[in-house]
Structures are given as C-alpha cells and as structure tokens.
Design a protein around this ligand. Structure first.
Ligand code: GDG
Length: 470
C-alpha cells in the first residue's frame, strides 16, 4: 500500500465537457507501479480539490481518494506543509510560519490518512508512506495496526538540528517518523541529522543508522537517492518526433550558438531569480551577446494560492522584463520565459535542444530535472551547471558545480560551460550518463522495498543491542 499526499492522477475535462482521470506524468508512479501490481497494491491519496470520490481504478491501479475540505487544503497543505515545513526543511530560504491552527489541522489530516490505511491494509501488509505532508502517519498507523511493515520516504531535505529545533512540534514529528521500520532520505547527511535529533530530542539510544526504542523495536534511517526512468527518457529523446521538435525549437529561437535552459517549478528554493541575473550580467558585461546565446526559462506554475509564491512570480517576471528591455533586440530576447507546464515529449525536446542546462537551487532534496537532462543527452554532449546544494550533486560530480549564492562563481561556470570543448563535454557527460543508467528509479524502488521487507523480517533477531543500552 502506498500512502502519499496526492493520488497519481489528475482530473481532466475533455472537449465534450466530460471529466475523467488521467495518470499524472512522473517517474515515481512508473517506479512504484510494478511493485503495486505484483502485490495487488492500493494507493491512498488526495485527488486534489474538495470533491469526494469513491475508490476507482485507472490503468489497473487501485486508487483510494481521500477528500480534503477547503479549510484542510488551506491549513494542512498550503499552511503547515508548504508554509511551515517546506521552508524549514529547505535551509529556511524563506521564513517558516508557525501557527497552532495549522498544526492542529496537520494532525487531523494525518490521522485520517492513517485511519483509512489501517482500515484497508491486509494482515501483515507493507505500507510505504511518502513525504513531508504525512510525517505523523507512521506512528498513528502503527498504533492502529502493529502487524504492518511500515516504510517512510522523505523526498525533500531533512534539516540539521540547528534549524529543525525551531519547530514547536519537533518532538511529535520525530516520534511520528519513528513509527516506521525504515525511514528513507535522499542523502546520508539527512539520515544522520534525523538520528542525531532522535538521540538529542527524544532521548532514544542510537547506533550508526539504527534507533533502539524502549519497546524493543528498532528503526533504521538511511539514504536512498531517488532517480528517474533513465531508459525511458533516453528512448523518448532519441525518437524522430523529439529530434524534429528539438530542431524546430532551435530554429524558432533564431539558431543561436548556444541555448541555456532552466526548467523548475516556480519555487523560491530553485534559485531562478539569481541564475537569470547571472545570465543578464554576462550579456551586459559583453561576455555573451543575444545573437549567440539565449536563456530559455520554463517556470512551471506551483502553489499559486500561497502569497510567497505569487510575490516570487512577480519578482522573476519583473527581472525578465528588465533584462529583455535593457539587453534584447527585435526578435532576439535575452530570456525566453514560459510560465506553463508541458507534456513529457516537449520536455524531452527542450532537454535535447539545450546546450547548457542550468540547475541552481539554494537547496533541493534531489532535483530530477538535472538527471532527466543527462538521460536525454544520448549523443553524450551538452553541459550541466548544477548547484552544490541539490542532492543530485552527490552523484553528478562531473557537472559544473556552483554555489548559487556566489554570483561571480555562477557567472564563471556559465561561461566555462559555454566555451567548453566537445571533448570535455563528452568526457563529463559520459560519466554522468553511466551513473544514472546504473542508478535508475527502478533500482531506487527495489532497494527501498527490499530493505524494508528484509528489515521487518529481521527486526527482532538481527539487531544486537549496543553494550551501552541499559
Ligand atoms: C521534489 C523535491 C526531488 C516539471 N515540469 C514539468 C514536468 N516536470 C517534472 C520534471 C521532474 C519533476 O516534475 C520535478 O522534479 P524535481 O526533482 O526537479 O523537483 P520537485 O518538484 O521540487 O520535487 C526534489 C523530487 O521531489 C523527487 O523526490 O528530486 O528535490 O523537491 O520529473 O520533469 N513534467 C512535465 N511537464 C512539465 O511542465 N511533464
């Protein structure tokens, strides 16, 4: 059983006004789908909106929708999840807001997810809970159903103690997560942050990646870096249709020497503003010209009802207007800005058309866009400029790694990537492609599930308690 904030489908209305469900794009669903099919699994999640639906099937997936009221969307999803936890877990890039009513609603919604899961899970079933919106579910579920194996995976960073400490409900969140047998993070550092906090704040004994609970149970915290369907992306990018579309994109941009590309949800953690500023400065400095280079920035609409996000959009759009007004020529904008989302084929064509992919978040759990770009470069060319603060930087070591707070450093990396020789590009790209081919999303899902099932089977026999435990 999968328990996640969102169901993997969107409600769409066709030309004749009829509504149906469509599978949402994304690697997570395709990674988990085979596991779900093999085990007759169900997926519990919010279908979006406030409408109530009965359980249904899409492409053979069993889906159980859990409705939210308008108040719950505001306080659980937009409030506590995206106004408190999201900024707190991303290095407080923005200031987290702490509101007691948001917390109360977070607890209530988590309880509803746990109760529904407890009602539907088969005897001894394995339940995989996902992400920061549902951190209390593991503990709540375990209380209701001690027979279950419970795994939890956090898709975003887990902050160091110095920041997590700010949270008025820090202990409840840690205890919530400790309901799981296995807690998975993107990076080893996040798992270590968690273990340290459990020791300091909850007072349990820990040893390396294990937590020893007073009731004899052990919980393991470890890194499982998420990935993409690398083969699927490569195949799509190599198709004739995508190749033609990529050529058409270059043509429409006026066949510049180099195309820079950014694709991000419009989020303040992604560093869109600073990267566009760096690019604009390169043009005003005379290091690049609008005849030779263009920056295509796709900003995918996100969390548009949250004020912070609306302000960010205004800031970015004002900057794009200023850069193009000051530096562009007729038919030659410096930045080609698109506030929209695209089908997967168009994403692949953009990746294929771009010479330099620019991924510069201030903090990011992983960043799948960086991996998708690499997967789509089947000719082993193209440059990746990547923030050191994206989880992906741990694996994609051959990218041009940058500190997104360092404007001059970022400018230098963009220029180096712009001028890099084909040999240098292919050396780097080949190494990165090898990494993601070996570590794709299937390998990720398999390793988590294997570890979870194995862990549960041995949780009482395999753990030798450390001598220090009383
Ligand atoms: C969170 C964490 C972590 C984007 N625009 C379109 C589109 N996308 C797809 C991309 C990519 C995904 O959405 C975005 O994933 P990211 O990893 O880049 O970022 P977040 O949304 O912040 O994801 C992150 C991730 O969870 C997984 O654990 O890596 O760190 O923040 O797959 O391709 N897809 C389509 N049209 C678009 O316009 N079809």
């Amino acid at each position: 059983m999968i328990v996640a904030n969102r169901l993997p489908v969107d409600r769409v209305t066709d030309a004749r006004g009829r509504s149906t469900w469509r599978r949402s794009p994304g690697g997570l669903v395709s990674a988990i789908e085979p596991v779900m099919r093999a085990h007759d699994g169900v997926w519990i999640g919010w279908p979006g909106g406030t409408q109530k639906f009965k359980p249904f099937k899409v492409d053979g997936l069993d889906l159980v929708p859990l409705a939210m009221s308008a108040e719950e969307i505001e306080e659980h999803y937009e409030g506590f999840s995206n106004g408190t936890l999201w900024p707190l877990y991303h290095d407080v890039v923005a200031k987290p807001e702490f509101h007691r009513e948001w917390w109360d609603t977070y607890v209530r919604v988590n309880r509803r997810f746990a109760e529904r899961a407890a009602e539907l899970a088969a005897e001894g079933a394995t339940v995989w809970v996902h992400d920061y919106q549902l951190q209390l579910v593991p503990q709540m579920l375990r209380e209701l159903r001690p027979d279950l194996r419970i795994g939890f995976y956090l898709h975003i960073p887990f902050p160091p103690a110095e920041l997590f400490q700010q949270l008025p409900w820090r202990r409840q969140i840690l205890e919530g997560l400790l309901g799981a047998d296995l807690v998975g993070f993107q990076l080893p550092g996040a798992a270590q942050n968690f273990i340290r906090l459990v020791r300091q704040r909850v007072g349990h004994k820990t040893h390396r990646d294990l937590v020893y609970l007073p009731d004899g149970r052990t919980v393991r915290a470890a890194a499982f870096p998420i990935s993409i369907d690398a083969g699927g992306f490569a195949e799509l990018a190599a198709s004739d249709a995508v190749a033609e579309r990529a050529a058409a994109i270059r043509e429409a941009l006026g066949n510049p020497r180099r195309i820079f590309l950014g694709i991000d949800r419009l989020d303040y953690t992604k560093g869109i503003y600073a990267r566009l500023r760096a690019f604009g400065e390169l043009i005003s400095d005379g290091a690049l010209t609008v005849e030779d280079a263009v920056f295509v920035q796709v900003a995918v609409p996100s969390r548009e009802r949250v004020e912070h996000y609306r302000n960010l959009r205004d800031d970015i759009e004002r900057l794009v207007g200023r850069i193009n007004g000051d530096l562009g020529r007729i038919g030659r904008p410096a930045v080609s800005y698109l506030h929209t989302s695209y089908p997967r084929e168009e994403m692949a064509a953009l990746y294929r058309a771009a010479d330099i992919m620019v991924v510069t978040p201030y903090r990011d759990g992983m960043n799948l866009v960086a991996k998708e770009y690499v997967a789509c470069r089947t000719d082993e060319d193209g440059a990746l400029v990547l923030s050191e603060f994206a989880g992906a930087a741990d694996e994609l070591r051959q990218a041009w790694l940058v500190n997104p707070y360092d404007m001059n450093g970022m400018k230098a990396a963009l220029l180096e990537a712009y001028h890099a020789e084909p040999k240098e590009l292919s050396r780097r790209m080949r190494a990165m492609r090898k990494q993601i081919a070996q570590h794709d999303v299937k390998a990720w899902a398999d390793s988590f599930m294997t570890e979870l099932e194995d862990d549960a089977a041995h949780s009482h026999s395999k753990t030798v308690r450390p001598a220090t435990r009383s």
